[in-house]
Design a protein around this ligand. Structure first.
Ligand code: UDP
Length: 382
């Protein structure tokens, strides 16, 4: 008899874990998703009007430096060559992002070499900040006020809905600063976009005799008793019926428009000024440069605080959220036969590759551990 396992959420966290457990031959796995599709917020679908592959919940570019993660996703789908190059519209013109030697030289009207630029940017930084605690500290210390105000202040305020001084430095640390002309948005070793979209990959991962998938099926806490163990990748506060209050998330709103030809000449253009209401425009056919389309589909992206009916995207993680989180962690610790996984389950700002890596690592750990000793979290939230 195989051990019955429930996995809630058919995004990468749940799908990869389901597959890895199923491969052992010891488990009978039922994956539930409240939405009517798999792949969570990575869901892709061809646009009916134009045939362009759409990232329904906003641009998802796959990148990782973990070879096992890259090999894993490539086993389930072909990845087209893609390097993310972002442009930023600022009050002083259009520049290359992440900040690199071209950005620095053009923004300040100079012709510096890498060492000159390094010294110059070093001289812009605020030396009075020794230990940067906030996003703002981090920007002022390493880049100085002009870069901060033109590239980061407005965008970040729109994206997160709070002053950057209230946000952790770790958000800015996601972006590299380069003293050469490399304008690759990511510093990862591998990067690409799946030729048939992310949903096709997740469907393939879930395609196993010992995995049953139910979409449009909401899992409720009372269903847990039918399974030896449940993995939950939905919001942790949601599992507990929000009984202690709600963890805050940012949600996104997309304004779709169709044009002919080439609308903006790049997949993603950020709008850094506070006065422009959206954060960025993405033109999805540019994510698959190997495809030809006469028409083009674009999305203006707006950020808002998620209310009860919105899709949660980014965990806000303000001080109050972290305190509430710890109370939910205490509740989770008292549960038996339940593990929280993924971005929503652990309330962390995770990219796809991180979630996949964590599910691969967790599966390895589970397969070597007695069911009674399985952990409460893929990674303990902090
Ligand atoms: N950011 C910014 N200006 C930009 C791009 C990014 O201020 O033009 C800030 C913003 O706060 C964002 C953070 O840097 O949340 C990290 O950017 P990243 O592109 O990693 O965010 P993602 O969209 O991938 O979540």
């Amino acid at each position: 008899m195989k051990t019955k396992i429930a996995i809630v959420g058919a995004g990468f966290a749940g799908a990869v874990l389901a597959r890895e457990l199923a491969e052992s031959g010891n488990y009978d796995i039922h994956v539930f998703d409240a939405r009517n599709h798999v792949a969570g917020n990575c869901h892709t679908k061809r646009d009916e009007e134009t045939g362009v592959m759409i990232h329904e919940y906003g641009p998802h570019i796959f990148h990782t430096s973990r070879e096992d993660v890259w090999d894993y996703v490539n086993r389930y789908g072909k990845f087209g060559q893609y390097v993310n190059r972002v442009k930023a519209v600022t009050a002083r013109g259009v520049f290359s992002l992440p900040i690199n030697l071209l950005t620095i030289n053009q923004f300040f009207g100079k012709k510096m070499t890498p060492p000159e630029a390094r010294d110059f940017v070093g001289s812009l930084g605020d030396r009075t900040i020794t230990e940067p605690k906030s996003f703002e500290d981090q920007a002022l210390k390493f880049l100085g006020r002009e870069f901060y105000e033109n590239f980061f202040y407005g965008y970040t305020k729109k994206q997160w809905g709070v002053e950057p001084s209230e946000l952790p430095a770790s958000i800015l640390q996601r972006l590299p600063v380069r003293f050469n002309y490399d304008d690759n948005y990511y510093a990862s070793k591998y990067q690409g976009i799946p030729v048939d979209g992310y949903t096709a990959i997740v469907e393939k991962i879930l395609d196993h005799d010992d995995i049953k998938v139910s979409v449009g099926a909401r899992f409720t806490a009372d269903m847990k008793s039918s399974y030896a163990h449940t993995f939950y990748s939905g919001p942790m506060d949601g599992y507990f019926g929000f009984k202690l209050g709600r963890l805050q998330y940012r949600s996104l709103v997309f304004e779709k428009f169709v044009e002919s030809g080439d609308y903006q000449g790049n997949p993603v253009i950020n709008y850094c000024e506070e006065s422009v209401p959206y954060t960025r425009i993405s033109e999805h056919k540019n994510f698959t440069p190997w495809e030809q389309h006469d028409q083009t589909v674009c999305f203006r992206e707006y950020s808002k605080l998620a209310d009860e009916n919105d899709t949660p995207y980014y965990p806000l993680r303000l001080q109050g959220d972290k305190e509430l989180l710890m109370k939910y962690v205490d509740l989770a610790d008292q549960e038996q036969g339940l593990t929280f996984i993924g971005r929503l389950g652990t309330y962390r700002y995770l990219d796809m590759h991180m979630v996949i890596g964590e599910s691969l690592d967790l599966a390895k750990q589970l397969l070597q551990t007695k069911l009674e000793d399985w952990p409460k979290f893929s990674q303990r939230p902090a």
